[in-house]
Design a protein around this ligand. Sequence first.
Ligand code: ADP
Ligand code: ASP
Ligand code: MG
Length: 431
Amino acid sequence: MGVQVFKFGGASVRNADGFRNVGRIIQQNGDKPLLVVISAMGKTTNALEQVVNAFYKNTGSWSELFEIVKKSHTDLFLELVPGANSLPEEIVQILQATEARLKMRSLEEYDLIYDQVVSAGELLSSRILAYYLHALGVDAEWIDIRDIILTDSTYRDARIMWQETKVHTEQHVKPLLEQRKIIVTQGFIGKNADGYTTTLGREGSDYTAAILSYCLDAESMHIWKDVPGVLTGDPRIFEEVTLLPRLSYNEAIEMTYYGAKVIHPKTIKPLQNKQIPLYVRPFDEPSSHGTVISAERELSYPPVIVIESNQSLLHISTNDFSFVAEHHLSSIFALLAQCRLKVNMMRNTAISFSVCVNNVPERIAKFEKELGTEFKLIADNDLELITILHYNDVVYSEMKKDKLVLQEEKYADMVQIVARNIPKMKRRDIS
Ligand code: ADP
Ligand code: ASP
Ligand code: MG
């Protein structure tokens, strides 16, 4: 059928002009069956996270914070949709259901409440986009992706039930595409077997688009970004970056696995399995193809730098000063998995085992507690994991400048460094 799957992230729909631009891109691509996956507007997910925290952890007035979200969406809708003077019923319902959920003051676990509330962002933005497209005369159909993507109950990091999701896609999504409807749906969210909303992890809308591309055997997937495509480094950090016009799936997997924020790390694998090309394209220059990620192998690359901040290096040793032996490692790994700590790098010596993980304080605290009295844990925080793919000596030395290196690994074509920035005062002290 030659379906195209488009994903628009928060940056592309941060205001009314953003929606207008998205509308133009959709109109220009209506010649093939099109499925559009959209994220929450701008920083809405962060704003909703604050609402949940205010509610659950008493960090402020959740209702005042929720009013801000309500107002920004209402103002945008009224500005965007010609002739509208109030919100349509479907949008009012999303706001009311979210508020009602919070007013229940139920004592369910934080992660469950989080998913029920934060998912409102994508429900709202997708409804707004569908209304706007109708106003433009585009035959778009809004669908609730929670009727399609079924997940387990790991709230905030749900895993996909592929079999069920595939069947739902074939039964409910394919026929609409065959009727040449443009489908508008939400990224980031799904539903579990108990009927609760789940989320796929922050920035998970890219992954949603890949799941649907996989289930539809899409011809191509396109994610529309505020950058020209995949670059040799994050332009928010580095001045001199260049566009990578072509990348292999494996290269993209490495980059995103180690923290390149341009694509969600789970996105590439489903596409690779079906050999579906992924285009990372600039929404402010829609005619550009940006970067194409495909099965091509014979590509050569310049050095590519990926920086993952907020890392913690955990040094684990035994309290009885015995060696850290295989049976210790086995229980340490079981605990890391149980506490959902992502291992980015590791090293073991005779008397200690060090592991670099994303610093999620409550997970590390749980891990430390579960380690019990047999082990001692010392954590180094505020670190960066710097990964240089295809490194050369110049880039390698440049990246180590002004850094205190705590751990380093070199492979054939990649170097990884766990380091702390040396504060400026200290540098002067040393000289
Ligand atoms: P959205 O949520 O709108 O889809 P994101 O903000 O999640 O978009 O992703 C785009 C951002 O990713 C860019 O603004 C850029 O700062 C960042 N980024 C990090 N690494 C890279 C890279 N290697 N190439 C391009 N952009 C990158
Ligand atoms: N809105 C969600 C987030 O900000 C998902 C996404 O944008 O991909 O994390
Ligand atoms: Mg994003």
